[in-house]
Unconditional design. Structure first.
Length: 195
């Protein structure tokens, strides 16, 4: 019985290694598939390194095929896993800023500009805000924009203009630049793209 258990554990680890394979995600499917590419690799790095690289590429090709098969089942059980940890370095910082008559009243995670902070940080609203800020043509920007304008008109009765601005920049976020924005002006309060 112990032998079967040990074989089962070994197969499970092998299965997880082939599926997860951290680092192999970077290799394209056709990496070192041609003999010419293998010869170049051997010439540059030696025969041992070339054989190891070819073995990794072969495992990766097998993993892609295997992952495609398993990948069709993963969404059903909601168990998909990706190993792209810090692959492209730290992501850009994106923030939403709201101006009422030219005066900033809200900025994402800014304790001084917290006009609608509880609403914007709500776990159901946060993804909508994030997509609005990261994608200039996000489909939800009009709905969220109208909501922000309605709240601004209710909280600041004599306003003439509301600007909803998407800011973006590299870490640490000291120099964020405007990427895209929406503006609504009195008396019709129609939202428009503003570049």
């Amino acid at each position: 019985m112990r032998t079967f258990r040990a074989i089962g554990i070994l197969l499970a680890y092998l299965f997880l290694l082939v599926l997860g394979a951290p680092g192999l995600d970077f290799l394209p499917f056709g990496y070192l598939q041609s003999t010419r590419a293998q010869e170049r690799m051997e010439k540059r790095h030696g025969p041992t390194a070339a054989q190891l690289a070819k073995a990794a590429a072969d495992i990766n090709r097998f993993r892609f095929k295997f992952e495609d098969t398993i990948g069709k089942v993963q969404p059903i059980f909601r168990v998909a896993q990706s190993w792209h940890l810090y692959r492209d370095g730290p992501a850009d910082i994106h923030k939403l800023e709201i101006h009422v008559d030219g005066v900033p009243v809200y900025r994402t995670l800014d304790p001084k500009l917290d006009w609608m902070d509880p609403t914007m940080r709500n776990r159901r609203i946060r993804p909508v805000v994030e997509s609005m800020v990261t994608k200039p043509k996000a489909s939800n920007r009009w709905g969220l924009g109208r909501f922000i304008v309605e709240r601004a008109r209710a909280d600041f009765p004599k306003i003439q203009q509301v600007d909803i601005i998407s800011l973006s920049g590299k870490r640490p976020g000291d120099r964020l630049q405007q990427k895209h924005s929406l503006v609504a002006k009195a008396p019709d309060w129609q939202l428009k793209d503003k570049r």
